[in-house]
Design a protein around this ligand. Structure first.
Ligand SMILES: NC(=O)c1ccc[n+]([C@@H]2O[C@H](COP(=O)([O-])OP(=O)(O)OC[C@H]3O[C@@H](n4cnc5c(N)ncnc54)[C@H](O)[C@@H]3O)[C@@H](O)[C@H]2O)c1
Ligand SMILES: OCCc1c[nH]c2ccccc12
Length: 295
């Protein structure tokens, strides 16, 4: 993770594969995903265009969210040059061939490259899909060499799975996107990231005030909200960033999108970051992929 003292007023973190990644992302995966429909989802396009219009430059998509076409349309109709946006997508269903999967994703997105391509999760049957984690990573490296992804990484990987990649990799993952918030701090995994130059990207950063509420942090978050004149949402997004992680959030409401973007303009004092960390350890809550993780 990046040095906590360096995050003040930074709007992006450096990536080990070059370039940088904006510290707040708009996600197309929880509120926005499209299931079993072939027509375009106009609401997703409208929301994503709003997100880009008000200032989100980092867009977090995935093959399985079913809305890469909508994301592509939103980008083109936003009028913001592609070069000013940071677009992520992920492979999961089509893990048998990440290279073919990316070809399809790029067609849907209507773009020649993604800024970040991720293996969405390590949870697949290697016999059934005909590919191991090691072989999938070697294809990801080819994608990086081709320039079709400016950076490559993983999501939902634990240390043993990261080690399987490290054992064969010529290019180490730039990012591991994980559920990360005060009630799921995974300290050993995050320390491994730091040691190996892997940036943590945090999804579910608001769990302590959404599915994880009520909890031991409730009073502290209220107090800090008063101290900084910032909303509980902003305190939690900023905590993830001040711990050195990219915060991935979402909403269809414009005022919530603005609230999220405003976190670039303040920073928590280090003792408040530490207090949230310490009190957060009193509760453990995983919201996503609960059937797959063994903990
Ligand atoms: N890689 C993965 O496996 C994976 C898994 C989950 C999510 N993601 C990505 O992360 C993105 C964001 O995920 P998330 O939905 O968990 O993010 P999040 O934790 O930021 O939660 C967002 C939700 O919280 C609501 N919210 C905001 N402030 C609130 C408040 N004060 N009280 C109550 N509700 C409030 C928002 O309206 C929105 O519905 C997804 O869209 C997706 O792109 C990735
Ligand atoms: O990445 C968010 C979690 C997730 C995994 N697979 C999905 C399919 C649709 C919507 C969300 C998800």
């Amino acid at each position: 993770m990046s040095d906590i003292s360096e995050t003040k007023s930074l709007s992006s973190f450096p990536l080990s594969h070059g370039g940088s990644i904006p510290i707040v992302a708009y996600g197309l995966g929880t509120a926005n995903y499209k299931s079993g429909r072939s027509d375009l989802d106009k609401a997703v396009i409208a929301d994503t265009k709003t997100a880009i219009k008000i200032g989100f430059t980092h867009l977090d998509g995935a093959e399985v969210y079913g809305n890469e076409e909508e994301l592509g349309i939103s980008i083109r109709e936003s009028g913001i040059p592609r070069s000013q946006l940071f677009v992520t997508t992920k492979v999961h269903k089509s893990i048998s061939s990440p290279k073919n999967a990316l070809t399809t994703s790029l067609e849907k997105l209507g773009t020649e490259y993604v800024n970040l391509y991720l293996i969405h999760a390590p949870f697949w049957d290697e016999k059934e899909k005909g590919i191991t984690i090691e072989a999938a990573w070697q294809e990801m490296e080819e994608i990086y060499r081709e320039g079709r992804a400016k950076a490559i990484g993983v999501s939902n990987f634990s240390i043993p799975e990261l080690k399987r990649i490290a054992d064969v990799a010529k290019i180490q993952p730039a990012v591991n996107q994980i559920e990360y918030h005060p009630y799921l701090q995974s300290p050993e995994l995050v320390a491994y990231h730091r040691q190996h130059g892997i940036l943590t990207a945090a999804y579910g950063p608001l769990v302590p005030i959404t599915k994880g509420a009520p909890g031991p942090l409730d009073d502290l978050i209220t107090n800090l909200s008063e101290k900084y004149s910032k909303s509980p949402t902003q305190i939690l997004l900023r905590w993830a960033i001040d711990m050195g992680a990219v915060a991935i959030t979402t909403s269809s409401k414009e005022w919530r999108m603005k609230e999220a973007l405003e976190v670039s303009s303040f920073k928590l004092d280090s003792e408040d970051v530490e207090n949230i960390r310490k009190i957060g350890t009193q509760k453990q809550r995983r919201v996503f992929w609960t059937k797959n993780f063994k903990d």
